[in-house]
Design a protein around this ligand. Structure first.
Ligand code: DQA
Length: 143
């Protein structure tokens, strides 16, 4: 099974940005975790990170007919982007939303998730392990 992992703005700053909220593990640690999970679970995992909303939309569109599942942490675009929601609906690929932090207990503006209106599951507050959990869910259900 081919799974696409998409990370939105500032996820490349993991380990540096607000470690009290996002932890001390780095973006490079996340990439290693994805590689390890791919090897252990015999999956093909592709990771894409961008700080630009349009590039994320382009990447979701290009996933059509290529990937069997999407794991997405839209980061700040979670709370603003109808374009990312519409792209997910357009390609209709099974998707799981991940948030590293405990968004439920944070600011009011973080309580709405547009991508989450499409995703069949949301994993929050599990740190980087949330990505692994999302991948395992997609493998179990669609692999
Ligand atoms: C985040 C939560 C978002 O509210 C925030 O804008 C992020 C990261 C998370 O993984 O916890 O950049 O998606």
């Amino acid at each position: 099974m081919k799974i696409l992992v998409i990370n939105g703005p500032n996820i490349n700053m993991l380990g540096i940005r607000e470690p009290d909220i996002y932890g001390k593990q780095t973006f490079s640690d996340l990439l290693s975790l994805l590689e390890k999970t791919a090897a252990e679970e015999s999956l093909e995992i592709t990771q894409f990170q961008s700080n630009h909303e349009g590039q994320i939309v382009d990447t979701i569109q290009a996933a059509y007919g290529v990937f069997g599942g999407i794991v997405i942490n839209p980061a700040a675009y979670t709370h603003t982007s109808v374009a990312i929601l519409d792209a997910l609906k357009a390609v209709s690929i099974p998707a799981v939303e991940v948030h590293i932090s405990k968004v439920d207990s944070r600011e009011a503006f973080r309580q709405i998730s547009y991508a989450g209106m499409y995703c069949e599951k949301t994993i929050k507050g599990q740190g980087l392990d949330g990505y692994r959990q999302a991948i395992l869910y997609l493998k179990e259900k669609y692999g």
